[in-house]
Ligand binder design. Structure first.
Ligand SMILES: C[S@@+](CC[C@H](N)C(=O)[O-])C[C@H]1O[C@@H](n2cnc3c(N)ncnc32)[C@H](O)[C@@H]1O
Length: 251
């Protein structure tokens, strides 16, 4: 199912884009890792840490995670060679193949019912949960799949995307453990002269209800997606949502 929806292809394309854009991505990856390091500092030692969207692990401070926690669970739909190689000799690391939305089976059968995820909520060992550069990605492939195979409209696609994103935010708030969130929140498109052409929400206008640090990530420098424009993401990093100031859903 994950392969049919394009998750493996996506992972391979992140890998090749990373090799081309390493220098431009380095600030974003460093700030993502720093947000996680701050989260580790606030979490009880020796428990379990769950990382949603671990992917290739470019933004993961693995050494700090394995020295603070007794179990490090890397959750993704696909675990490709780079992360397998990085974690090969670490007995503390588990590569868990899971759908964080718990709704993909439904979607693959053409139903748009979005469930409230429950995974790990009852696990008392969990001391930290990290949602890592995942939130804006959660809906894109499922919605493309529904558009391609079930002909859903643009409006339906937008609504389903919102529901998936909101369900993940509610899910994070249900954990008893500390929760760290790193996500892009806005896309900025710039012309070849560097001037902004367009700006839009990366989260289908769903608001993140907490304040945090923000930074820019030039995800697609000029020439990467198109010779005429570049794409920059605005990213939000919150090391612990419980301690973050609440700005509300319309804030
Ligand atoms: C932009 S990448 C995150 C960056 C990643 N930490 C890295 O360094 O490669 C998003 C990741 O989320 C994963 N993902 C997307 N939807 C998912 C889902 N429903 N369940 C689990 N993982 C998912 C993708 O497979 C991908 O690896």
């Amino acid at each position: 199912m994950a392969r049919e929806m394009g998750y493996l292809r996506d992972s391979v394309s992140i890998m090749s884009r990373y090799s081309r854009c390493k220098r431009k991505w380095s600030g974003h990856l460093r700030k993502s890792r720093k947000t996680i390091e701050d989260a580790i500092g606030q979490a009880p030692a020796n428990g379990k840490v769950i990382i949603f969207g671990a992917g290739l692990g470019y933004d993961l401070p693995l050494r700090q995670l394995t020295s603070h926690f007794s179990q490090v669970v890397l959750v993704d739909l696909v675990h490709t060679l780079p992360i397998k190689a990085k974690t090969l000799f670490s007995k503390k690391v588990e590569l868990a193949v899971r759908d964080v939305t718990e709704s993909l089976t439904n979607i693959s059968e053409g139903r748009d019912e979005i469930y409230e995820p429950k995974g790990f909520l009852e696990d008392k060992q969990v001391g930290l949960v990290i949602s890592l550069n995942l939130l804006s990605q959660l809906a894109s492939l499922p919605v493309s799949f529904l558009e391609k195979h079930y002909g859903i409209s643009e409006n339906q696609a937008d609504l389903i995307s919102k529901r998936i994103i909101q369900a993940h935010l509610r899910y994070l708030q249900k954990f008893d453990a500390n929760v760290c969130l790193v996500t892009d929140i806005e896309r900025q498109v710039k012309g070849s002269d560097g001037k902004q052409i367009a700006k839009f929400s990366a989260l289908h206008d769903v608001q993140i209800p907490w304040n945090g640090n923000t930074w820019l990530w030039e995800i697609a420098p000029l020439g990467e997606e198109d010779a005429q424009y570049s794409v920059t993401n605005k990213v939000l990093g919150i090391s612990n949502i419980t301690n973050a100031s609440w700005i509300g859903v319309n804030g």
